[in-house]
Design a protein around this ligand. Structure first.
Ligand code: ATP
Ligand code: MG
Ligand code: FE
Length: 342
């Protein structure tokens, strides 16, 4: 069975195609058009700009995906209905409905966050019960996954900024451009991660064990830089970058490990664009190895938003026997991944 996935929740227009054999999905096409450059001058994703870019990119991206997969039409279409930007989601969902109607194939509405988890199976095979740590420009979540055709449990999330957003804001403060995550990662390579003791948010004994907060950390970095500038002292960009990055990676991986222990699972899956960060990767590798936990990290292209993740989750949902969604299905910008909070 050929499943097509359509993704438009943020600034990537993605159309992916997978073949589903009843147990595993195989990648046939992965076409992505990003409007990230159009947002750079604003220092963040502008919803209206993203929506318009999706409108322009959707049909050509769809064409490229069909050509790459060598198919005329799929057997089913999966589409992200949330969470994400309202206008951006509307474009993908409207397109998915139109194609489903025109091709007379069933439509499956899926959750974007579940897609970030499901995509790992393309490289690493069927997923055992696991904890997933999703970190991107818009999301920071710890998820409990039983299997991919059942609802995922949200264990915790950020109470303020997303981790990738914190990278972007601190990078901006350090004049490293947008999106600043990769530049900050590069700058940190020459810095000392122990140079400045930045705070580890939400790690007190009374704090929610799986929730995150990065806004205090961002403020601490801003205060540190301002203080140095005011007193005429030099600011070492590599040291600030490395110390900030260490604080983020430390909290993310410590809480992810704790979540694995508490759920009694021995697999940790990473997802989202900020998992490209070298320190998040290396610390996750170190700590999972020490704890005897298997670490699964999709390749960077599959960690950022794309259509294949949507197709892969759709295939698992179909495999689990779920009925198709009605063509009247609505977008759900604030969609939760979960049934209950753990
Ligand atoms: P969504 O939140 O819906 O998944 P997004 O577009 O905000 O979408 P992605 O495209 O998955 O997120 O990832 C982009 C984010 O990842 C940006 O915030 C970027 O700065 C961050 N990022 C990318 N590479 C790195 C890196 N090496 N280190 C830190 N952050 C990074
Ligand atoms: Mg993006
Ligand atoms: Fe995403």
């Amino acid at each position: 069975m050929i499943v097509m996935g359509i993704e438009s929740s943020c600034d990537e227009t993605g159309v992916g195609v997978v073949e589903w054999d009843g147990e595993t999905a195989t990648l046939l096409a992965d076409e992505v058009a990003s409007s990230v450059d159009e947002h750079a001058r604003y220092g963040g994703v502008v919803p209206e700009v993203a929506s318009r870019a999706h409108l322009q990119a959707m049909v050509p991206t769809m064409q490229r995906a069909r050509e790459a997969a060598g198919i005329d039409r799929p057997d089913a279409i999966a589409v992200t209905i949330g969470p994400g930007l309202a206008g951006a989601l509307l474009v993908g969902v409207a397109a998915a409905k139109a194609y489903a109607l025109a091709w007379d194939v069933p439509l499956y509405a899926v959750n974007h966050l579940g897609g970030h988890v499901a995509v790992d199976t393309l490289e690493h095979g069927p997923m055992p019960p696991a904890v997933a740590l999703l970190v991107s420009g818009g999301h920071t979540h710890l998820l409990g996954v039983q299997n991919l055709s059942q609802p995922i449990v949200e264990m915790g999330t950020t109470v303020d900024d997303a981790a990738g957003e914190a990278f972007d804001k601190v990078a901006r403060l350090l004049d490293l451009g947008y999106p600043g995550g990769p530049a900050l990662d590069a700058a940190a390579r020459d810095g000392d991660p122990a140079a400045i003791a930045f705070p580890r948010g939400m790690t007190g004994p009374r704090d929610a064990p799986y929730d995150f907060s990065f806004s205090g950390l961002k403020t601490a970095v801003a205060r540190y830089v301002e203080g140095r500038v005011r007193s005429g002292a030099p600011v070492s960009v590599p040291d600030v970058a490395a110390s900030f990055q260490e604080a983020v990676a430390d909290v993310l991986t410590a809480k992810a490990l704790r979540a694995c222990r508490d759920r009694g699972v021995d697999t940790l899956v990473l997802g989202g664009g900020a998992t490209a960060n070298s320190r998040i990767r290396s610390l996750a590798a170190e700590r999972t190895a020490a704890a005897g936990i298997e670490l699964r990290v999709p390749k960077p292209r599959l960690c950022t938003d794309n259509g294949v993740m949507v197709a892969t989750l759709g295939a698992h949902v179909i495999g689990g026997g779920a009925p198709p969604s009605p063509l009247t299905v609505a977008t759900d910008p604030g969609m939760s991944v979960q049934i209950s909070k753990l």
